[in-house]
Design a protein around this ligand. Structure first.
Ligand code: G6P
Ligand code: ZN
Length: 543
């Protein structure tokens, strides 16, 4: 078979963001666009010759086409084996699992996570390294640098591979192995959780609803919850991955997973509900008539980890992203373990996990996970919760309220302003950056500013410094406001404002969240002039 060397010219916009290169499908469909980026990845690796790679995606539009291109490029670049998901499907956590289990050089994940799919939606390419986690900045910088000078790529001139049949076939000198998308991942879950106990729980009249939002977790959730754990058929809804996610926005939060929210807050609601995002790494947890914030979820999992076989021997530490509430910090303090605060982005947990410093990690952006892989893991979080419920035999609401009584409640909310003009958003942040440090000692009603800064993180393992990670205004009582621009949006800028206030008095832990946070919300407006800068009268999404 023929290896073609195709000459090309660089695209200037192939800088990977928080989670790889994400662009509109139409951008990826430009001639040579995908090829340039994939060759830039290969050229940045220490050598592809004889190596194995994992490959799969969340099933969105362009997934199959991209996989065929990448397979042919991998063969032309000297890889000896590719493990590709059946029908091109691999969730992000499953890819991480496969990279680690089979010690592959790395993996390529095709996804734009929770961004909408379809012809007019988004597509994305992300490279994960041999530890199973997203490539660190020095790797993504190298890929970007290469993409700016690239002048040729290699691709095999060969027919497409059949992705619908499990098993091995040859592509030039390379073996393509179409693997079961679920099996390895399911085995890993079985090694961490008490499946027998969860099975008893699910077959003793408890009802759960798992919303896969027409994205990648459908096959995983059906195999695990319905086939293995005995939940009735129909437990998994929207369980068939569709190229456009059924026209939906596969982001598991109160706004985009509203169908599930209606079920859990409706009459005759099930006991437990959960949703996952496009590529399966995010999760939202609901109880009957009850929403668990991701920040609280991390804290509850940390506090109850000893009930789960895979974590019964104790946690080395816990880590959360900076804007995530400090609820987990309180649990860590009580358990006498370290709590790390990292910038937004799962990749920042990688070193802590690799060094054995943290066992559980979580982010406010509906991400939770552990040292079992190097990505956040939506279904893992669901199983963790179900394991706790099965042992404690109490409702989600009961468990969370009791948690608040013990540790206090961190009221928490995030306000997003989407599609803001980038220049305007940058101006807002620049002004905040200069004003924040001057606020110390200033009083706003009952709130006194303790510090104002722009978060900078020094990685405790490799000493690398990440600065400008979000402007924080911290108050004397522990409440906080955080401002940052999203690193994952594809249209204009998204301003995120995070609010947190602490309430230790159990008689005051039942307020409506926006009401409890009304003062910090007003302070944010006063300090940052959000309405004026964004030209928006209110946030587009509140979670
Ligand atoms: C992705 C990353 C997460 C991160 C999130 C932040 O989902 O995997 O680790 O928390 O992006 O997104 P943002 O839009 O706030 O930058
Ligand atoms: Zn995702």
């Amino acid at each position: 078979m023929n290896i073609l060397e195709v000459s090309t010219t660089p695209f200037t916009d192939q800088k990977p963001g928080t989670s790889g290169l994400r662009k509109a499908v139409k951008v990826f469909q430009q001639p040579h666009y995908l090829e340039n980026f994939v060759q830039s990845i290969f050229d940045s690796l220490e050598g592809c010759q004889g190596q194995t790679l994992a490959l799969g995606g969340d099933g969105r539009y362009y997934n199959r086409k991209a996989i065929q291109i990448i397979l042919k490029m991998a063969a032309a670049n000297g890889f000896s084996r590719i493990k590709v998901g059946h029908r091109g499907i691999l969730s992000t956590p499953a890819t991480s699992c496969i990279i680690r289990q089979y010690k592959t050089l790395g993996g390529i994940i095709l996804s734009a996570s929770h961004n909408p799919g379809g012809v007019d939606g988004d597509f994305g390419v992300k490279y994960n390294t041999g530890n199973g986690g997203p490539a660190p900045e020095k790797v993504t910088e190298a890929i970007y640098a290469r993409s700016k000078t690239i002048d040729r790529y290699k691709i095999l001139d060969a027919p497409d591979i059949d992705l619908d049949t499990l098993g091995e076939s040859r592509l030039g000198e390379m073996t393509v192995e179409v693997i079961d998308s679920v099996q390895d991942y399911q085995k890993l879950m079985e090694s961490l959780f008490d499946f027998d106990r969860i099975r008893q729980f699910l077959t003793s009249g408890k009802r759960i609803c798992i919303d896969s939002m027409h994205a990648v977790t459908g096959p995983y959730a059906r195999a695990i919850f319905e086939q293995s754990l005995g939940a009735p058929q129909g437990t998994v809804v929207n369980g068939t991955p569709l190229e456009d996610f059924g026209g939906g926005h596969p982001d598991p939060n109160l706004v985009y997973a509203h169908d599930l929210v209606e079920i859990l807050f409706g009459d005759n609601a099930p006991d437990f509900g959960a949703a996952s995002d496009g590529d399966g790494d995010r999760n939202m947890i609901l109880g009957k008539h009850f929403f668990v914030t991701p920040s609280d979820s991390l804290a509850v999992l940390t506090a109850n980890a000893k009930l789960v076989p895979g974590y019964a021997s104790g946690l080395a530490g816990v880590a959360r992203s900076m804007p995530t509430s400090q609820a987990a910090d309180r649990v860590a303090a009580k358990l006498g373990i370290d709590c790390y605060e990292t910038p937004t982005g799962w990749k920042f947990f990688g070193n802590l996990l690799d060094a054995g410093k943290a066992t559980l990690c979580g982010e406010e952006s509906f991400g939770t996970g552990s040292n079992h892989i190097r990505e956040k893991d939506g279904l893992w979080a669901v199983l963790f919760w179900l394991n706790i419920l099965a042992v404690r035999q109490q409702s989600v609401e009961h468990i969370v309220r009791e948690h608040w009584q013990t540790y206090g409640r961190n009221y928490y909310s995030r306000h997003d302003y989407e599609g803001v003009d980038s220049d305007r958003a940058n101006t807002l942040m620049e002004k905040l950056r200069s004003v924040a440090p001057t606020l110390k000692g200033k009083r706003y009603g009952q709130y006194e500013v303790e510090y104002g800064d722009d978060f900078s993180y020094t990685d405790p393992i490799d000493g690398s410094i990440s600065s400008k990670q979000g402007v924080r205004i911290g108050f004397v009582d522990g409440s906080r406001i955080v401002f940052r621009l999203s690193g994952t949006g594809t249209q204009g800028a998204t301003l995120r404002v995070y609010f947190e206030s602490y309430e230790g008095d159990s008689s005051k832990q039942d307020l409506e969240v926006q009401q409890a946070l009304a003062e910090p919300i007003a302070i944010a407006q006063e300090v940052a002039q959000i309405r004026e800068h964004t030209e928006m009268s209110k946030p587009t999404v509140i979670t």
